[in-house]
Write a protein that binds this ligand. Structure first.
Ligand code: DGL
Length: 267
């Protein structure tokens, strides 16, 4: 695979753009092919089998774009499908969960870590598993926040309804003494300001996107496939709602997104 081949990135919707933004900042030479599965969002309330099927279809599509590596920019798909998909493809494939857990394990001072994510991610207990491997003495408190993804996809990033919903979810983490909170869904950094205003400055918010981009950079370098020429034409695909997606993409990303193509990846 040539080193100027693109990186495939996917999510259920717009959340993965928070990871793309970080990749563009840290490794600007890399060209991105993004797929947002907007016809089937949310992933967070679906079964492991369904998420593996969807992820497999998307990876197959990304491989038709001749990507040299894939980032699963979705915690739910990373939790449920990374291991299976990684055993099926021969290019490097990384998820967002392990990088996020690593930052949280390093950031906590008192060992009390909160994780917020989809029902799938929290129910999988994958963050608990990685965190206890990294530091067996940490206490991990998970809280599923299923209404956050539709609120973000709706664009209600500063709406009073979003603030109210966030207060209710965060109240369940109160009293646990957490000093670190992982935004364990790639949609959540888009409402980081709301979450932060509720939990307060004394709680460190961890966005796994930063560490994921760093991990990608390391993987590309160690495989000798990092791009040494400037990024060319980033491509964005969705399974539905291309126009709405384009508006979002242009508010989130540091580059202009001129075109979003619709594509069906289902069997
Ligand atoms: N943004 C994804 C995640 O990180 C998926 C959210 C969803 O579709 O429910 O989990």
């Amino acid at each position: 695979m040539p080193s100027n081949a693109p990186i495939g990135v996917f999510d259920s919707g717009i959340g993965g753009l928070t990871v793309v933004r970080e990749i563009m900042r840290q490794i600007p030479n890399e060209t991105i092919v993004y797929f947002g599965d907007t016809a089937r969002v949310p992933y967070g309330n679906k079964s492991k089998e369904t998420i593996i099927t969807y992820s497999r279809q998307i990876v197959k599509f990304l491989q038709t774009q001749e990507v040299k590596a894939i980032v699963i920019a979705c915690n739910t798909a990373s939790a449920f499908a990374l291991e299976t998909i990684a055993s099926e493809v021969s290019i490097p494939i990384i998820g967002v969960v392990k990088p996020g857990a690593r930052v949280a394990a390093e950031a906590t001072q008192n060992g009390n870590i909160g994780i917020i994510g989809t029902e799938g991610t929290i129910g999988s207990r994958i963050y608990n598993q990685y965190l206890s491997e990294m530091n067996p003495s940490v206490n991990v408190y998970g809280k599923a926040c299923p209404l956050f993804v539709p609120l973000v996809e709706e664009g209600w990033l500063r709406d009073p309804v979003t603030v109210e919903v966030a207060k209710r979810y965060m109240s369940e983490l109160q009293g646990k003494g957490i000093d670190t909170l992982v935004l364990g869904c790639t949609h959540y950094p888009l409402i980081r300001h709301v979450i932060s205003s509720i939990v307060g400055d004394e709680v460190t918010l961890v966005n796994p996107a930063y560490e994921t981009a760093r991990t990608l950079k390391e993987v590309l370098e160690s495989s000798g496939i990092e791009s040494i020429t400037p990024a060319t034409n980033h491509k964005f695909y969705v399974s539905d709602g291309a126009e709405k997606f384009k508006e979002f993409a242009n508010t989130i990303l540091p580059c202009e997104v001129a075109e979003i193509k619709g594509v069906s990846v289902g069997a």
